[in-house]
Ligand binder design. Structure first.
Ligand code: HEC
Ligand code: HEC
Length: 300
């Protein structure tokens, strides 16, 4: 009898040991991914100074960045807070105290917005990079030029923090890829001419973070913040949008109310997107209507 207990003890002990080793290995793999340094060659984007470009930059920033970086671009304290996973503030993008603009070169801005790495070349946790990666040279130059002109805001953001548990989860694949891992640093996507076209509509959907929330194929799915249990709607003709006119689509994004009278929740950043021009919304509508009819994804 004693022998049996001894063997059970050895087996159990070994299993627990193996589990601990696996967790430790995952922990170090997760840490290594967060600490990896990316060496990204300069993109050499021209930074314009003319009034029309500054206006374009302002328009892009107001439709794409304010929701996370706040109306004054001084950064959001507590942008992501989870006791189990960690803590992230969005950066203060101005030249005020606690802001990055006074120390960031134009190239540092390009690397942060397009490649998802900070001044030290380490991956950031700005999930929108999978969208902002698609911003073409003209728009990105205009965005950086405009950011240089915004009034300085003094707001100190706190350093981000990930729990050991989060590092294990990251290595186990629970969070998918970090933005810097998800984007292709060597090739550039196409940059179509502005216009009410399917191509430009796709560009606008790509650079705005529609796919971050509505899924890579735009047929909806789990909300990207794992602490929020929510399934986003299908934007392909497989969903409600198949019955919407162009005017319905514009009205929904402008008012936050769907043709069926449903008030969109705060999780859909319609107020920010309501600043898109009519032509931009028309192009996006054209693109969405051109998509294959897909079934609503649920992430199951
Ligand atoms: C979905 C939310 C979200 C959106 C949209 C967003 N950001 Fe961010 N951004 C963040 C967060 C969060 C951080 C902090 C990331 C970190 O510290 O790892 C950040 C960091 C940054 C940084 C600094 C990165 C570094 O070097 O540490 C820059 C620059 C930046 N954002 C620019 C922009 C611009 C420009 C836009 C609009 C085109 C934009 N962001 C849109 C959430 C967002
Ligand atoms: C931060 C996540 C997020 C982003 C980014 C986002 N959406 Fe949404 N969207 C949602 C959620 C959540 C809902 C559902 C809201 C509700 O029903 O209360 C929604 C609803 C919608 C609806 C209504 C669909 C229906 O069937 O009722 C449309 C249209 C829409 N989004 C379009 C867009 C477009 C276009 C973009 C990009 C410009 C975008 N969304 C970006 C989260 C997001």
């Amino acid at each position: 009898m004693k022998k049996v207990f001894k063997w059970i003890g050895i087996v159990l002990g070994s299993l627990i040991g193996l589990l601990l080793v696996t967790v430790a290995v995952l922990y170090f793999m997760g840490s290594a991914r967060l600490n990896k340094t990316y060496d990204i060659p300069p993109d050499n984007i021209a930074i314009p100074t003319d009034a029309a470009s500054l206006e374009l930059g302002k328009h892009r920033v107001e439709t794409m960045c304010l929701g996370c970086h706040t109306e004054d671009l001084g950064g959001m304290v507590g942008w992501f807070v989870s006791e189990q996973i960690g803590y992230v503030d969005s950066s203060n993008l101005t030249s005020g105290e606690g802001g990055i603009a006074s120390t960031y070169t134009d190239e540092d801005f390009v690397r942060a917005i397009r490649h998802g790495v900070n001044k030290e070349g380490k991956p950031t946790f700005m999930i929108a990079v999978t969208a902002t990666y698609h911003i073409n040279d003209r728009d990105l130059g205009a965005i950086i030029a405009y950011l240089r002109t915004v009034p300085p805001v003094d707001r100190q953001t706190k350093p981000k923090y990930f729990s050991p548990f989060a590092k294990v989860l990251l290595a186990a694949g629970a969070f998918g890829q970090l933005p810097a891992e998800a984007v292709d640093h060597t090739t550039r996507p196409p940059a179509p001419e502005p216009g009410v076209t399917v191509e430009f509509g796709k560009y606008l959907i790509d650079i705005n973070d529609c796919r971050v929330c509505h899924g890579a194929e735009l047929n909806g799915g789990p909300f990207p913040d794992p602490t929020i249990q929510l399934i986003t709607p299908n934007l392909t003709p497989g969903g409600e949008l198949s019955a919407w006119s162009e005017e319905d689509f514009i009205q929904t994004l402008r008012t936050g109310v769907t043709p069926g009278g449903h008030q969109l929740s705060e999780y859909m950043p319609w107020q920010e997107k309501s600043r898109l021009t009519d032509d931009e919304l028309k192009a996006m509508y054209l693109y969405l209507q051109s998509l294959p009819k897909l079934e609503q994804a649920t992430g199951q």
